[in-house]
Design a protein around this ligand. Structure first.
Ligand code: FE2
Ligand code: FE2
Length: 291
């Protein structure tokens, strides 16, 4: 017999962290890429040097296909959460899927605006493909047949902590550093700001999920921290795979970007450790933390 959460004695837990994330997504996740003012972006794009265009287009191509990849790859996570009976988490994940698709929609509009109509797969480096063509789909796809705590933890580490929490965050940093100082492409930056806000909920969900697993299974904390630290060489490999010198064509130091990545790693680890010694009930009652 199916177990219904909604009509059980406890009902939906409206005070739980995943439900609060769902409420936030209903409020803040409904921005429309079509409403962004791109009127200045085309001329700004044309004013960039060839090297700057190549650098920015590579970053855009990384994000655009990554948004498509994460739209595809969140589906097994939704399946696994549904199978293990966490309805509030599943409610939140319905917004997650929509938002990832919308992010791909946004990058499609950016390319249309700047008049780039060509294949961009050739810009993807082997290090990028290692994550988005192999590690991510394999880790997420496993959830279709294995919903064990470690399989779910692996998925949250690779998808939410690493791809979203470290790589994407350092990508936003690069977009801002590249364009803020020269005051160009405001439409692109407005979309990035909106995406970053959506992504902070996604990372918040992954953090909650890992903390829940840590409170339920005592061996998960060390397992997760080791796994996350073990992924850092891949983050640096991806960063180095596009490097053309010590500073990029916008004058931004690669070392500063990599320092930011390490800062993100440490922030993720510190937040995860807050679950130490907490009960499942404590974890459900925690406030949504946006780093
Ligand atoms: Fe996204
Ligand atoms: Fe995301």
């Amino acid at each position: 017999m199916r177990h219904y959460v909604s009509t059980s004695e406890e009902g939906i837990n409206r005070e739980s962290l995943p439900f609060k994330l769902y409420e936030k997504a209903k409020k803040f996740g409904t921005w429309d890429p079509r409403n962004i003012d791109f009127s200045k972006d085309k001329a700004d794009w044309e004013s960039l040097t060839k090297e700057q265009q190549t650098s920015l287009l590579t970053l855009i191509s990384f994000f655009y296909s990554a948004e498509e990849a994460v739209t595809n790859d969140i589906l097994p996570m939704i399946y696994a959460i549904s199978k293990t009976g966490h309805f509030e988490e599943e409610m939140y994940l319905t917004t997650f899927l929509f938002e990832e698709a919308k992010h791909a929609d946004f990058f499609s509009l950016v390319l249309q605006t700047i008049g780039v109509r060509r294949e961009l797969n050739s810009l993807h480096t082997p290090a990028y493909r290692k994550l988005f063509d192999e590690l991510l789909p394999e880790t997420m796809g496993r959830l279709m047949v294995d919903q064990s705590p470690k399989a779910i933890a692996d998925a949250a580490v690779v998808y939410n902590m690493f791809a979203e929490g470290i790589l994407a965050e350092s990508g936003y940093w690069t977009f801002y550093e590249n364009l803020k100082n020269i005051n160009k492409m405001p439409g692109l930056l407005e979309g990035i700001t909106n995406i970053k806000r959506d992504e902070s909920r996604h990372i918040g969900f992954g953090t909650f999920l890992l903390q829940r697993l840590m409170s339920e299974y005592s061996d998960i904390l060390d397992y997760v921290l080791n796994k996350l630290q073990g992924l850092m060489p891949l983050a640096l490999e991806i960063s180095n795979s596009t490097r053309t010198g010590d500073v990029n064509p916008f004058g931004v130091a690669v070392a500063d970007n990599q320092a930011f990545m390490h800062k993100q790693l440490n922030a993720r680890i510190e937040v995860l450790k807050r679950a130490k010694g907490k009960t499942l009930e404590d974890i459900y009652k925690m406030d949504v933390v946006f780093e």
